[in-house]
Structures are given as C-alpha cells and as structure tokens.
Design a protein around this ligand. Structure first.
Ligand code: NI
Length: 256
C-alpha cells in the first residue's frame, strides 16, 4: 500500500480529471496522501481536498518562492487553520535560492516565522530547500530545540549534508529523481540514509519518475521509486512499502 507523503493535487494540472483520478486511488493501492500547500490560495484548496476525501490529509504553509507578498494576517490565518483535525504538518516552507525573487532576507524571515508556528502548534515541518544548503542547515540548527519532527522534501544535497540532518533526527523525502539517469549524488546519499528515515513522495504533478519523466506525475507512480529504492537498498519492494508506510505514519500521525 502506498502513502504518498507530498502531493499538489490542487494544481491546475489536475483540473480536468482531479475527482476521477482521486476516486480511483484506493483501488490502485494508494492508502494515504498528504497534499501540501505552497501559497495561501493552495493551502485553502488543500484544506478543501482534505475535507472532501477521507484519505487526504493537509499540510499548510507558504513556499519560499511565494513569500514575497506574505503578511502577518496570512500567518494568523495559518495558525487558525492548524487546529483543523486533518492538518498534519506545516509546509512546504524553506529557502529557494534557485530563483532570485523574493530576496533571501524575505525568504528567511517567513521561513523562521513559519517554523515558529510549527513550534507553537507542535506540527511536523516539510522543508523545501533548493540551492540553499548552508542557510537552511543554519536556520534549522538554531531552531532544533523545539523538538518538532521534520522532513527535507525532495532531498537533493550530498551525503555529508544527509549526515547533518540525520544527526538532528530528520526524515528525507525521496521521489522520482531517484530513477533519473543523472541521480548519482542522490543515490550515494540514499545508500547512506537508513531506511527508517525515508518517506516516499511524488511532489506530483512534478518530477514524474522514469519511464514517465517529463509527464504529469501521480501517486501510483511511486511504485517506480520503490522499485529503484529496493535495488539500491538490496531489499524487496514489499519491504520498502512496509517500512516507508510505518515511517510516514510515525511522521504524520503520531502526536508529539
Ligand atoms: Ni512540493
């Protein structure tokens, strides 16, 4: 059974067949989905999906690239929403220096404000970090004392960076990139990360695994990621599903 720990089914890429696709999920072996907010608007849509589908849970938050217009009112609104029963995490939050806008100071400010929110609510965090390894690590190290679980979503850094996060007891979101031909660095990191710290994710509609690379991604394609992970870890695909299901339940459903 599949637990897709990071999706964006609110994305317009699913506008034409969202309900049809989601209604078929359980038949295709998808047991749980966490849909992740990336802006205030997508957080609102994420909450609607969680209210509509029993197997969809919500992560609420504002992605670093969307923090340009973020306000204190948005933050209070997120705090109110955090009390809804199906809200299981704050995310995705973090730093994205691949894009130069909004500038670093603004991204950092709202990353820290949303970390604070996670600390106050006791919810786990989903961290988006792209081309910002050092600053992300620094901020999270400073915040570590709060004792909230965290996952580095779509982990794309080195083995050395993985060690830093393992020392802080973080989880690692692993998805379609693992199946790409140029995934050498990620494979080295994944060889090093213990199985009990891996969460399977699609980030759909983005990052579809081979053989669907470049196409619209969906939760059932996690099968290809699990297959690749099984090869790398030299265990069966069934074991991969069993262990990562336990990890995801522990991460999202266990109360602090
Ligand atoms: Ni995402």
């Amino acid at each position: 059974m599949i637990f897709d720990t990071h999706t964006h089914y609110d994305d317009e890429a699913f506008d034409r067949d969202r309900d049809e696709l989601l209604r078929g999920m359980s038949e295709d072996g998808v047991e749980f989905i966490v849909n992740v907010g990336a802006s205030i608007d997508s957080t609102r849509k994420t909450l609607e999906l969680a209210r509509k589908y029993s197997f969809i849970y919500a992560a609420i938050g504002v992605h670093p690239s969307e923090t340009g217009g973020m306000t204190r009112e948005d933050l209070s609104w997120l705090k109110e929403r955090a009390a809804e029963p199906k809200v299981v995490a704050i995310g995705e939050i973090g730093l994205d220096y691949y894009w130069s806008d909004p500038d670093k100071a603004i991204q950092k400010k709202w990353f820290e404000e949303q970390l604070q929110l996670a600390g106050e609510t006791g919810l786990p965090i989903i961290v988006h970090s792209r081309d910002a390894a050092q600053d992300t690590l620094e901020i999270l190290k400073g915040w570590q004392s709060k004792k909230t679980r965290g996952v580095i979503h779509c982990f794309s850094y080195t083995r050395e960076m993985a060690r830093e996060y393992l020392n802080m007891d973080y989880y690692f979101g692993i998805g379609g990139v693992l199946t790409f031909k140029n995934a050498k660095k990620l494979i080295e990191a994944v060889e090093y990360i213990p199985m009990n710290r891996i969460l399977l994710e699609t980030d759909c509609p983005y990052l579809a695994p081979e053989p669907y690379r470049g196409k619209r991604n969906q939760s059932t394609y996690i099968d290809f990621v699990a297959e690749r992970l099984a090869e790398i870890k030299k265990i069966s695909k069934e074991e991969v599903f069993t262990i990562t299901m336990e990890n995801a339940k522990e991460f999202y459903f266990r109360k602090q």
